[in-house]
Design a protein around this ligand. Structure first.
Ligand code: HMG
Ligand code: MG
Length: 299
């Protein structure tokens, strides 16, 4: 049975922009986040406190947070990989939620965070405990849930193990990342069913990249398996710096069009979302990249 409503988690300002080669001005990031909040997105990932040597584009996250005019009721989480990142998040303006990120594949864990899966989880234990002591909510990510750019196939049981540990450590929600977008619907359902043995389905989110054009099909497939939280990126922005060939997340506009057509509530306004997409497109010098944005722009 499909959900009656879906929570959309907008990751464009972080997952979308982190891979942009040219420096995106802080003001353009702030404008984007404010436009997304105005469109009704309830959660907008605003940046990350990672090493600027690894991801230079996110080096101004504290400035973004300082400049942001916040909307009541909207959450603006930031990614944190270690205690240094947590300290920066706690020192920044208005952080109420962070996200930690692990992987279901050893090679990707090393490339993305320079440590093994187990070392990463041990780090996160301290980060999660420290964040919760400080009153922050913590979301967890697992990357490579349907395939790894270095190892190929990933076992659902490996995903379930990492997701389960993050949940047990105190993550209120665990987002399942098809980082390289190689998944297909039945594999996505099998993976979710395996993870649901460790984490309740209503605490899981689907974070699917659209590299192979499978993301909407995969989302529908996992919604049929009880997933009602979907991560997406306005205008399909993005990729992952440590997963060659990874394209953007599924576009928020395309997900919204599908959900609207099925009568599933999100609270997000399409016209305002399209304006947000057009705004960041203009800042980056690119036309809208979502299918829906292109179709509606041509009319
Ligand atoms: P490391 O090199 O092992 O770290 O990197 P280190 O502790 O040895 O520190 C090295 C240098 O980085 C030091 O500076 C530290 O101070 C600094 P130096 O002494 O050389 O001048 N440093 C930091 N600076 C600022 N903030 C920090 C921080 N930590 C260390 N938090 C580390 C390990 C985890 C830091 C690094 O690998 C890293 O930052 N990785 C992040 C990579 C990243 O952001 N990837 C993209 C996000 S994940 C993703 O996109 C997937 C997702 O969307 C889901 C999906 O699609 O699957 C979430
Ligand atoms: Mg991602």
């Amino acid at each position: 049975m499909l959900p009656q409503s879906v929570k959309l988690v907008e990751v464009g300002p972080r997952d979308g922009l982190q891979n942009e080669p040219g420096a995106v001005p802080t003001a353009a990031k702030v404008t984007l986040i404010e436009a997304l909040a105005a469109a009704g997105l309830p959660v907008i990932e605003a940046g990350s406190f990672v090493s600027p040597k690894w991801v230079p584009q996110m080096a101004d996250t504290a400035d973004v947070l300082a400049a942001l005019r916040r909307r009541p009721g909207v959450s603006y989480p930031v990614l944190v990989p270690n205690t240094k990142g947590l300290e920066a998040a706690l020192a920044a303006t208005g952080v109420e939620e962070i996200a930690v990120f692990g992987a279901a594949s050893e090679s990707f864990s090393r490339r993305n965070t320079n440590c093994s899966i187990a070392e990463g989880l041990a780090r996160f234990a301290g980060v999660i405990a420290g964040a919760r002591d400080a009153g922050l909510r913590v979301r967890g990510y697992v990357s490579c849930v349907l395939g790894c750019p270095y190892e190929g196939a990933v076992e659902p049981s490996a995903v379930a193990r990492v997701a389960g540990e993050l949940f047990d450590m105190g993550c209120y929600e665990v987002s399942l990342g098809d980082t390289i977008g190689t998944g297909t619907p039945l594999a996505a359902q099998r993976m979710v069913d395996a993870v649901a043995g460790r984490v309740p389905r209503d605490r899981l989110a689907a974070h699917f990249h659209d590299t192979y054009g499978q993301a909407l099909a995969n989302l529908l497939a996992v919604m049929e398996r009880g997933i009602a939280t979907i991560d997406s990126s306005v205008s399909g922005l993005g990729g992952c710096p440590y997963a060659r060939g990874a394209s953007g997340n599924v576009a928020t506009e395309d997900v919204l069009y599908m959900l609207n057509g099925m009568g599933i509530e999100t609270g997000v306004d399409m016209a305002a979302l399209l304006r947000a997409g057009a705004g960041i497109g203009a800042a980056l010098g690119r036309p809208p990249a979502s299918r829906v944005g292109r179709a509606l722009a041509e009319r």
